[in-house]
Design a protein around this ligand. Structure first.
Ligand code: HSE
Length: 306
């Protein structure tokens, strides 16, 4: 067992339009978690989430550590846990996925176990059932994932990192949308007309191919989602269409809801990032809804031990 371990895991943006529950990208905002031996259990929380994370036995990180110890028949020592995250909670940027990923990698190192990231990926899904957030947070980059009979598969597009001239501009409204609630609005795709279903599926595949090949000029079409989730989520995300439209008008290649929202993500050339961010923000400013935008870059490393 080590004395102390510090791990950081990146934020993620899932779905990227129509690739619902299967495509995600890792971004350079981080959740940092440290685990240290201590004379008593202690949880310290820093960063922008400090008012929103529980410090009691319900703390997600502590719960995962206890579950990990139980699974591996380790008697859990008293610990000091420090959580320091730049990833806003409840905004569609994978904040809980990054905490799960960082905690599992921290446990693996701290307790001297040798699980691979692939093995931990499956275990992580017990705590956070969205591989489209979990997989890119583990591995970094643009990652396609699927979940079949209790096992997750992932495919990282290794070439994607070479597209250095793109930024991911995220508009983060001040209000929260919790994924569990947002998923209640999803409609049963069995009720979807055959032609719509085919359109949705082919558009998702086109979006994955366009992104992975760096054919960004197709994104204004392929990042549209009218079938799987975006349309339904207009109930929970304010002025989504207007924000997306304003980003495209300022030259973004494509824009969509990030995860279950309310953040909107735009992909654009580095030189257009500020203009795109300002213009998205202006839409909410006019409606008196507070927001801020960040210009983010791809994280290609995924979760790392410091
Ligand atoms: N794919 C999931 C959803 C991601 O959209 O509900 C949650 O961030």
């Amino acid at each position: 067992m080590l004395k102390k371990v510090i791990v950081k895991a990146p934020a993620t943006s899932a779905n990227l339009g129509p690739c619902f529950d299967c495509l995600g990208v890792a971004l350079n905002l981080y959740c940092k978690i440290s685990i240290e031996k201590n004379s008593k259990d202690e949880i310290c929380i820093k960063g922008i989430c400090k008012d929103h994370i529980k410090k009691n036995a319900d703390n997600l990180v502590m719960k995962i550590i206890s579950a990990f110890c139980k699974k591996n028949k380790i008697s859990r020592p008293k610990l000091k846990i420090e959580i320091d995250s730049d990833i806003p909670i409840g905004r569609g940027l994978g904040s809980s996925a990054s905490a799960v990923v960082a905690t599992l990698i921290a446990c693996n190192n701290f307790f001297g176990l040798n699980y691979s990231k692939e093995e931990l990926l499956n275990y992580a899904l017990k705590f956070e059932p969205h591989p489209d957030n979990i997989a890119p947070s583990f591995f970094g980059g643009l990652v396609m994932s699927s979940y079949f009979e209790g096992e997750a598969f992932y495919y990282k597009f290794e070439e994607f990192k070479k597209y250095k001239d793109i930024s991911f501009v995220v508009l983060i409204p001040e209000y929260f949308v919790y994924t569990q609630n947002a998923r209640k609005f999803l409609t049963d795709t069995k009720k979807c007309k055959h032609e719509n279903y085919v359109f949705g599926l082919s558009n998702s595949i086109a979006n994955i191919i366009a992104l992975s090949r760096g054919e960004f000029s197709s994104l204004n079409k392929t990042m549209n989602d009218t079938i799987w989730h975006q349309k339904q989520r207009k109930n929970t995300v304010k002025y989504m269409d207007e924000i997306i439209k304003s980003a495209l008008a300022k030259g973004a290649y494509g824009a969509s809801l990030s995860g279950s929202g309310p953040t909107i993500i735009s992909i654009c050339k580095n030189s257009k990032a500020k203009l795109v961010g300002e213009s998205m923000k202006k839409v909410l400013d006019k409606k008196h809804i507070k927001s801020n935008y960040k210009i983010l870059k791809l994280d290609n490393k995924g979760c790392v031990v410091n």
